[in-house]
Design a protein around this ligand. Structure first.
Ligand code: SF4
Length: 400
């Protein structure tokens, strides 16, 4: 089996705000200590919607990497790279497009949805339609086992799985597969070979999930197998095909949404965001002037926290006693709105402090960021090339 690997990317289409931190980056920081992680700047994806105004992409790319580092992404633990610096993504995208039924792409729920949401852009393009296919290539090329996503992205992962399955079905049928698989079984050694055969029969005849799990675990431990024999034996367990691409699964992330200053979703285009590394004065000013429950015209008017965007932030940033103090004080007009905002302002500034500090070294010396990305691109490219060697071979494109 291939190692557990997580792949995720972000489009460089503007500055990052605290909504990105709570919605994704915090989770990436956690994941990097649990799995092998690859995080990439999805600059080609940015072009699918910003093809007519690419100026934002280059600047956002470097700012975005600094934001990731500031948020706690550690280049010693994670591989950070830029999508377009690993051209194998585009090659796999092209090759997958040969076998992808058009209907699969047209059916992706976010396709129509996004077209409607971004009605000011002309998105009747081939690139935009192929967006989920490029996403699939981004993941399949690293044989990633997990992709962190929110509920709305699950259909994309489902499609990636279908694409991998279809690819393996069409191209995994090696000449003499059966013979090669049997040879590989022998290499397991007498006792293990017998166990493998028993578990394979049990799975194929009774569909026993335990049997396949046990067989996979045994293959994982078998040190004397080459990678290709191991993959043959994984494929042979389930049928008569080699696994070339790995089906990833969705790693559902609990959506911790940070609302914007007006209570809507935080977004730069709504003008309601707080930048990840925005300076203290600006954050304080924005929060002190953010809207509250309109019923509190005067200090003596009681309010209702559920109608107030500040309360939404208390839910994210404050502990129970502080929330109790705020809600009681609001409903009884015992506290003023500025007073109520202060603990949230303090919490936001405290959260940003280490991010600003970490970012400073990269702002002072931009060559550090370039070096991190150069290393990451090289590492990612080596992994991508490994997969592409197998893909080219089975598609009749290896002219060695
Ligand atoms: S007291 Fe707090 S919760 Fe109530 S309206 Fe003012 S800011 Fe909002």
């Amino acid at each position: 089996m291939y190692p557990d690997r997580v792949v995720s990317g972000m489009r460089p289409t503007g500055v990052m705000h605290l909504g990105h931190f709570h919605g994704a980056l915090k989770n990436w920081v956690k994941l990097q200590s649990e799995h092998e992680c690859l995080f990439f700047v999805a600059d080609w994806h940015a072009l699918t919607t910003h093809y007519d105004d690419p100026s934002i992409i280059e600047k956002s790319t470097w700012d975005m990497v600094i934001d990731w580092l500031a948020a706690g992404i550690d280049p010693a633990q994670s591989t950070l790279f830029i999508q377009s610096k690993v051209p194998e993504h585009a090659e796999l995208h092209l090759l997958l497009s040969m076998t992808t039924p058009l209907g699969w792409l047209e059916r992706v729920p976010t396709y129509k949805d996004q077209q409607e949401k971004l009605a000011d852009r002309d998105l009747a393009t081939y690139g935009f339609l192929g967006y989920p296919l490029l996403q699939a290539a981004d993941v399949l090329i690293y044989r990633a086992s997990m992709v962190p996503v929110g509920e709305d992205q699950v259909p994309h992962i489902e499609m990636m799985r279908e694409l991998a399955r279809r690819f393996n079905h069409i191209y995994g049928k090696e000449k003499d597969f059966e013979e090669k698989a049997k040879e590989a079984v022998k290499k397991l050694g007498g006792k293990r070979a017998r166990l493998y055969a028993e578990l394979r029969t049990e799975f194929q005849e009774k569909g026993s999930a335990d049997a396949i799990e046990q067989a996979r675990a045994m293959l994982d431990e078998a040190q004397n197998l080459s990678m290709i024999d191991r993959e043959r034996l994984f494929g042979y367990l389930e049928g008569s095909r080699k696994l070339i691409l790995v089906e990833p699964r969705a790693l559902l992330t609990e959506a911790s949404r940070l609302p914007g200053l007006d209570g809507q979703k935080m977004s730069k285009s709504y003008g309601n965001s707080i930048g990840l590394r925005e300076d203290r004065e600006s954050v304080t000013k924005k929060m002190r002037t953010m809207p509250t429950d309109p019923a509190r015209v005067r200090r003596t008017d009681p309010g209702e926290p559920e109608r107030c965007p500040v309360w939404q932030l208390h839910k994210v940033y404050s502990d129970e006693p502080t929330r109790q103090w705020a809600s009681t004080g609001c409903r009884s007009a015992g506290i003023g709105c500025l007073e109520c905002k202060q603990p949230v302002i303090d919490a936001v500034l405290k959260e940003q402090e280490p991010m600003r500090e970490r970012a400073q070294q990269y702002l002072d010396d931009p060559t550090l960021v370039r070096a991190i990305i150069a290393d990451g691109c090289e590492k990612a490219r080596r992994m991508a090339q490994e997969t592409m060697r197998d893909v080219r071979e089975v598609m009749g494109l290896s002219y060695n």
